[in-house]
Write a protein that binds this ligand. Structure first.
Ligand code: ADP
Length: 302
């Protein structure tokens, strides 16, 4: 699987050593192309709000110089554009931090129930003015998983931010946390969409029915996602329908970050969604080893 299918019209048999060098060259070229694409995309995304900012500055200096109403309106748009650039830069930094550490196994442990509570507290001020009820269901005790606290927080934060962003005002977002055996590990075994439910598993190594996972599930009743877009959700800069023009819109990097963090933690990430009905995003992470062996008596059978 490592060697690329390359066709070369060389006379005689090709030595293996040469073959491997060529394969390596191809994959590094591909990586180079991906980096170039990424840079082009990132620059374009930054250039758009910047161009709009300089346009408004010109207008404020010229035609709008004597018009306080127009000035107020333009300043508010300019503020939105700078916020958009800030979000983009934050997400780009996050993504590059995650990618830099990707090859290192995550150390430490974190309590998913506590992290979910912190995210809910932090995002209540976003939900409340829009009349969205943000509910958290969690067990009394901790749900301890192996992993880096800040990264796991970022995953939950991204999912809840999305649930809020793509919900109508006065909607409802429900976050639930639990830990236990994966009953449906076979469902998580590979990247695919099942026909009926529109369920997609985005990133998951084969999970064992023997292992315990901490799960965070974020459910909204928002706009939902057409199943044909599900496989592209974690692509960098992918946004359903483009949506680039809206100033309140996101960056298209959130789920790419989620995917990287989940993969690094040897966890999984599933999405179920139906247009106009809502979405359920679930992430699961291996539970801390001690918890796994410590309470075998309370394990469910099978
Ligand atoms: P963004 O910053 O645009 O939200 P993400 O990578 O987080 O980027 O998500 C990619 C796209 O997936 C979004 O632009 C949106 O179209 C879709 N999406 C993500 N979460 C939801 C959700 N809860 N409901 C509906 N659509 C969603």
């Amino acid at each position: 699987a490592f060697v690329e299918p390359i066709r070369l019209d060389l006379p005689g048999p090709m030595p293996w050593r040469a073959m491997l060098v060529l394969a390596d060259d191809t994959s590094s070229k591909r990586a180079e192309r991906m980096r170039a694409d990424f840079l082009a995309n990132a620059s374009h995304e930054l250039r758009t709000p910047l161009a709009s900012l300089s346009g408004f500055i010109e207008t404020l200096r010229g035609p709008a110089r004597e018009d306080p109403d127009a000035q107020e309106r333009f300043l508010s748009i300019m503020y939105d554009q700078t916020e958009r650039m800030r979000r983009l830069i934050d997400d780009l930094l996050s993504l590059s931090r995650v990618e830099m550490n990707e090859h290192l196994a995550p150390s430490g442990e974190a309590d998913l129930a506590e992290l979910a509570r912190e995210v809910v507290n932090a995002l209540s001020p976003v939900a409340e003015p829009r009349g969205i009820s943000l509910e958290l269901r969690r067990p009394d005790g901790p749900v301890l998983v192996q992993g880096e606290r800040d990264q796991l927080y970022e995953v939950i934060e991204n999912l809840v931010e999305n649930a809020l962003k793509y919900s109508e005002d006065a909607g409802r977002v429900c976050i639930s946390v639990h830990g236990g055996l994966t009953r449906d590990a076979s469902e998580h075994a590979e990247t695919r969409i099942s026909d009926e439910s529109g369920r997609l598993t985005i990133a998951a190594p084969p999970l064992s029915t023997d292992s315990r996972y901490g799960v965070v599930r974020v459910q909204d009743r928002g706009k939902g996602i057409d199943r044909r877009y599900l496989p592209r959700l974690s692509e960098r800069f992918f946004r359903v329908g483009g949506q680039k023009s809206s100033p309140t819109s996101g960056t298209g990097l959130g789920l790419a970050i989620v995917k990287h963090i989940v993969t690094r933690h040897r966890g999984g990430f599933t999405v179920e969604s139906a247009p106009e009905k809502g979405s359920v995003f679930s992430v699961f992470f291996p539970m801390r080893q001690a918890a796994q062996t410590g309470d075998t008596a309370s394990r469910e059978p099978g």
